[in-house]
Design a binder for this molecule. Structure first.
Ligand SMILES: Nc1ncnc2c1ncn2[C@@H]1O[C@H](COP(=O)(O)OP(=O)(O)OP(=O)(O)O)[C@@H](O)[C@H]1O
Length: 769
């Protein structure tokens, strides 16, 4: 004991020393920044005093230029120094409250023993001797990775093996060491338990201090082109990718910025939930999009099927759906596009409002399109077509100017409109005829600008017809029977898509192939700059969508995270997803990591939820104790509501945020209205654009993706509501959102999808009498 106390004293002394150094540095930097700012202001105001403004001869103006250049250089050096100091200050501010969270002692063979401290940023003394190492530094890896004894880490010039002799974790609050543990585990359970027992909040937290060994592998992986992470609910997939982004930004700093990283997330609520994690680690947020946003903003003239439509209006796990979302369909699309090089392009007339006939008829355009050399690519072909159309358009200006509509048009102009046509108010002409010729040409150019714009934005392509033609060509291109699809079924599908187009509507299954066909025909520029793409909740994407993203970002490395147990759309075929996706990448560049430990929920909740998955990926509970889940069997809707009120009151006492999760929006609205009648405060989350708030929440299942709450009530867990076996994953997603408390409420018959082992839950019968 005394030994431990001595240890703690020594550590506190070390901490005091570091804190003092940090304070000194803070003062120094603040001073330096103020000085640099002052100097820059000075330089700016005296800028021209020092520059010789002498424009006489060549040599002197050269001198002037040099002088300006020197001044500018000085300014930019100052600015650089200023930025550098500002950045350092930023790190210092972060380290001020909690400079480090761990210490590691080790010896490298042939060297003296070393002790290092690890924190959220690095801190060095004047001699560049590191007093605190950034958690992302190569050496810091041993803290997360190994037990005491021999451990290796990747250094820039190769792997290094050291002998680790101590691993110590600190809990520091307000400059005081509140607690410290020596541990031999990767990261001691004590520290993790402490982190996990904290209450949930509307904002996700970073897990820097307690990253687990297998999570560390994901975070520091730099070799894979496709890193696929399969992880149970709550196993820290989302946490790990955010850490990974921070790691990559550090590892490739100067070379990689947050603008080179794009993250696809399940919904906007989730974006809001995770938005403070990266800034907390001193990094800028990356762009986050939902796939729907990515697709629909490129289809501005159509309504793209939303998450709500997809979920609320029937799920579609049909043979046609499986086929249309496969990579095979993607390949067919490419094959079809190649064939367009010879024939079959779908075009439409280009009209001009002052002409009754098409200005450029589709026949003319098609002929032009195929007049170019047969070895042209589709992209070259369309570009050449555009150029030629614009040339032809320019040739039409003179003849158009002679037409009668032009005279009528000019005569109809107001005085102001007419004046605006001239270059200058006092513009002079040789004759009236000259003046008219000038004006009529002006008018024609103005009116034709719209035609020009349409040509340049490829509006002579009839993309909807093209897509339908592709669909109609399918039976000739592949054996539909191999996909268990009959010819009639297929024709019905084509009609459905056509009817949608007429309504200016496009289903999610068509949106991506439609866009890809558009890209192939028009040779849209791919985004070669994007370096890293992260996709969370990958099980809700189709293989074709992933193939499309791969094509759209040809130079990016992909990190895909998902839980095949939680597929809410793709359902049972989710397991083939990985197989289909991995064929898109070089075999030796695909790495798969499994996370099996679930950190979110107590042992009792994890043991309950994992039973819901009768088969499936492996899940281990983390050893955190809590209450057993409670199932409330009620005989009437009123008693169910009573049970809910009871649960809410109990949870409020524990200061828990409770999420009441329903199957769909209608049920959420109903229970919300019921609660209001009871005078029970709650917030209804209807769309992903809302914010999460503390207190009681009511939300439909599909908006709960990726989120977590202290307490969850699964509402309406009766047989009628949840019976189809393919809803298992939905039930699992709902119940696995709970961290500390789970209640399942139903009226009448219990859903057969709930666990059968009664030992994992408490039963509660609520009767109206
Ligand atoms: N190493 C860790 N240290 C501390 N907390 C952790 C760790 N790993 C995960 N957690 C916590 O576990 C919870 C679940 O993590 P996260 O949301 O990242 O899981 P997920 O795999 O994305 O879950 P899901 O697929 O169910 O959405 C979070 O509260 C997170 O902070």
């Amino acid at each position: 004991m005394t030994h431990a106390n001595d240890d703690k004293k020594t550590e506190q002394k070390h901490l005091d020393w570091i804190l003092q150094l940090i304070q000194d540095r803070e003062k120094y930097l603040k001073h330096a920044i103020a000085a640099a700012e002052g100097e820059a202001r000075n330089l700016n105001s005296h800028f021209f005093d020092n520059v010789k403004l002498d424009y006489d001869g060549y040599s002197t103006s050269m001198e002037t230029a040099l002088s300006i250049h020197q001044q500018q250089q000085m300014l930019s050096e100052r600015e650089h120094a200023w930025q550098h100091s500002a950045k350092q200050l930023d790190t210092i501010e972060r380290l001020k409250t909690r400079p480090y969270f761990a210490r590691v002692d080790f010896t490298e063979s042939g060297s003296e023993p070393e002790t290092i401290y690890i924190g959220l940023g690095s801190f060095a003394d004047e001699n560049d001797h590191f007093l605190i190492y950034d958690w992302r530094a190569p050496i810091s890896s041993i803290y997360y990775d190994g037990k005491l004894g021999k451990v290796s880490y990747h250094a820039p010039d190769g792997d290094v093996t050291v002998n680790m002799t101590k691993k110590r974790q600190f809990v520091i609050e307000d400059g005081k060491i509140v607690d410290m543990f020596d541990t031999n585990e990767s990261i001691g359970d004590q520290m993790l338990l402490r982190a996990l027992s904290e209450k949930s909040s509307t904002q996700m937290k970073s897990i820097v201090t307690t990253i687990q060994q297998e999570q560390n592998k994901i975070i520091r992986n730099t070799s894979a082109d496709l890193l696929f992470v399969q992880g149970a609910a709550g196993s820290g997939k989302t946490s790990a990718i955010l850490q990974r982004i921070a790691y990559l930004l550090y590892r490739y700093r100067g070379n990689l910025t947050s603008g080179d990283v794009l993250m696809f997330s399940p919904n906007m609520l989730f974006n809001d939930y995770i938005k403070s994690v990266l800034p907390e680690m001193g990094e800028q947020n990356v762009v986050q999009l939902t796939y729907w946003q990515y697709v629909s903003r490129r289809l501005p003239h159509m309504r793209t099927e939303t998450l709500f439509d997809q979920f609320e209006h029937g799920q579609k796990d049909t043979a046609v759906h499986r086929f249309k979302t496969s990579t095979a369909f993607f390949n067919l699309l490419e094959r079809y596009a190649r064939h367009l090089n010879k024939r079959g392009i779908a075009v439409k007339d280009i009209k001009f409002k002052h002409s009754t006939k098409p200005y450029f008829s589709k026949d003319e355009i098609r002929e032009l399109y195929y007049s170019f050399n047969s070895n042209y690519s589709l992209a070259n072909r369309i570009e050449a077509t555009r150029e030629e159309l614009v040339t032809r358009l320019n040739h039409k200006v003179n003849s158009e100017a002679k037409k009668s509509w032009v005279r009528e048009y000019i005569e109809g102009l107001s005085k102001d409109q007419l004046t605006a046509l001239y270059d200058r108010p006092d513009q002079e002409f040789k004759s009236e005829d000259d003046e008219y010729r000038f004006l009529s040409k002006r008018v024609v150019m103005q009116q034709l600008a719209e035609v020009n714009r349409r040509i340049n934005s490829n509006q002579f392509l009839n993309m909807q017809l093209q897509y339908l033609r592709f669909l109609r060509a399918i039976p000739k291109m592949t054996k539909l029977a191999d996909w268990q699809i009959s010819e009639d079924e297929w024709l019905a599908e084509v009609d459905r898509v056509k009817a949608n187009f007429l309504q200016k509507y496009i289903a999610m299954d068509d949106a991506t192939p439609y866009l890809y066909l558009w890209d192939l025909v028009t040779g849209r520029q791919m985004d070669y700059n994007m370096r890293y793409i992260f996709i969370d909740e990958i099980q809700d994407y189709t293989p074709l969508e992933i193939a499309y993203l791969k094509a759209a970002f040809p130079h990016a490395r992909f990190t895909l995270l998902g839980d095949l147990n939680q597929a809410i759309f793709t359902k049972d075929d989710s397991r083939t997803l990985l197989k289909q996706i991995s064929t898109l990448f070089a075999h030796d560049k695909v790495e798969v990591v499994q996370l099996t430990r679930s950190y979110r929920s107590t042992k009792q909740i994890t043991n309950y939820t994992k039973q819901i998955l009768r088969t499936g990926e492996k899940i281990e509970a983390f050893n955190r104790d809590g209450e057993k889940p409670v199932e409330w069997q009620c005989d009437q809707p009123e008693t169910a509501l009573k049970a809910l009120t009871k649960v809410l009151a109990r949870n409020q006492q524990k200061h828990y945020t409770t999420a009441i999760i329903t199957k769909n929006l209608a049920q959420a609205e109903q229970v919300y209205a019921d609660l209001q009648q009871e005078g029970q405060a709650a917030s209804l989350i209807k769309t992903a654009n809302q914010r999460l708030v503390d207190g009681n929440l009511v939300l439909p299942s599909y908006l709960a993706k990726g989120l977590e709450f202290d307490a969850v009530v699964m509402w309406g867990a009766d047989q009628q509501n949840y019976h189809a076996l393919d809803e298992t994953q939905l039930v699992y997603t709902i119940t696995s959102r709970a961290m500390a408390q789970l209640d399942v409420i139903y009226t009448g018959q219990r859903s057969p999808l709930l666990p059968t082992d009664t030992a994992t839950f408490e039963e509660n019968h609520e009767n109206s009498h």
